[in-house]
Design a protein around this ligand. Structure first.
Ligand code: NCN
Ligand code: DMD
Length: 337
């Protein structure tokens, strides 16, 4: 499938994606029932393994090629003072990723994942969305294409993460456009703003929705008008993974807000994704509840960069190792219950 060039093409591609392999799911369920453990004793690991098997089309799958993609973008709305850090930190952290000095470098290496960093037009921040759309259609499509094309078609697991000063405000505005509620339902401390900072973010989100009335009833317009380049790239990568049947582990609040635009546009678009962790950003829980996804880890992380999702690769590896390599009752000569 060639890279979509309009939001309409992107929507059509996503809507046409096929579902998981039901024969592989049935085979994995059957195998799970024969493994040397009391039924259900591996808890959520059993569900995870069966979910992964169905998406990979293999009742006894392996994880050989996990991929971690980090996208970075700058936000016009950062000029409103919505972050505890200055916008230059985005490009500085990109250099840190490139030199192996960030948390995600360590966690990707531990998980045996191939990691790459994709800064997107950092010298051209998106427009301040309180004044009108953050991106034109050409700009959002260019960012979606970065994500779409960064996915290794041969990867068997994908983590997407981000870096972008101001992007918790952008993610809050996207979430508000998708799911309504009050602006304050979606704003939080981000990199560490105080109560006055949260009040400012809430006002900015409210202003953003007023300045972009088309965003509230069209999820992909919400991504264009209120999102950022790294959010659009994450959405592009997650969509491409859906078409390639590559399971995805979602990261924190910003990643999940970007992903939620896909689920709102095409219900079921995130069936190939699990939530890696629950972020300390308060609105993440609300977003995950809406998506009906229970995080695998709850560690109080609020870093982004794909860090919580990269840690959760190890949980999925544990699930697959047990599922695919344990002996059955018959093989081990163990009496069933
Ligand atoms: O992943 C999360 O849930 C998360 C929560 C709070 C902050 N962050 C990271 O912090 C940056 C955004 O915070 P802020 O305060 O600049 O909006 C961005 O680079 C994110 O990766 C990430
Ligand atoms: C230092 C720093 C590192 C980050 N990594 C992801 N978001 C970040 C935000 C800051 C401020």
């Amino acid at each position: 499938m060639t890279t979509p060039t309009t939001l309409a093409e992107f929507h059509t591609a996503l809507a046409g994606a096929t579902g998981p392999d039901e024969a592989a799911r049935a085979g994995a369920q059957e195998r799970n029932g024969q493994l040397t453990k009391p039924p259900g004793a591996l808890g959520r690991l059993e569900d995870l393994a069966i979910w992964y098997a169905a998406w990979r089309g293999d009742a006894r799958p392996r994880i050989n090629s996990p991929q971690v993609l980090i996208f970075a973008g700058n936000h016009g709305v950062a000029s409103r003072g919505v972050s505890a850090f200055p916008p230059e930190v985005t490009v500085q952290m990109v250099a840190n990723f490139a030199h192996g000095g960030a948390a995600i470098n360590q966690l990707s290496a531990l998980a045996g994942a191939k990691m790459s960093v994709h800064p997107i037009d950092l010298e051209t921040p998106t427009a301040d969305f309180t004044q009108g759309p953050a991106m034109s259609e050409a700009e959002v499509m260019a960012a979606i294409a970065v994500g779409w094309e960064a996915v290794d078609p041969d990867a068997d697991l994908l983590v997407v993460g981000e870096m972008g000063i101001g992007n918790t405000t952008s993610a809050a505005a996207v979430a508000h456009a998708l799911l309504s509620g009050e602006p304050s339902d979606w704003t939080g401390r981000g990199t560490g703003v105080d109560d006055a900072g949260i009040a400012l973010k809430t006002q900015v989100v409210s202003d953003g929705l007023k300045a972009n009335p088309g965003a509230a009833n069209d999820p992909l317009q919400a991504l264009r008008c209120l999102g950022g380049r790294e959010l659009a790239a994450m959405a592009g990568a997650i969509a491409r993974a859906r078409l390639r049947h590559i399971p995805v582990i979602l990261d924190g609040f910003i990643c999940t807000a970007a992903a939620a635009t896909l689920e709102s546009a095409v219900p079921g678009a995130l069936d190939h994704a699990v939530a890696g962790h629950g972020s300390a950003e308060q609105a993440h829980r609300r977003l995950l509840e809406h998506l009906d996804k229970e995080p695998l880890l709850q560690l109080g992380l609020r870093l982004g960069e794909g860090s919580g999702a990269a840690l959760a690769i190890q949980i999925l590896r544990g699930a697959i190792a047990c599922h695919s390599d344990m002996a059955t009752f018959a093989e081990a000569g163990v009496a069933g219950g």
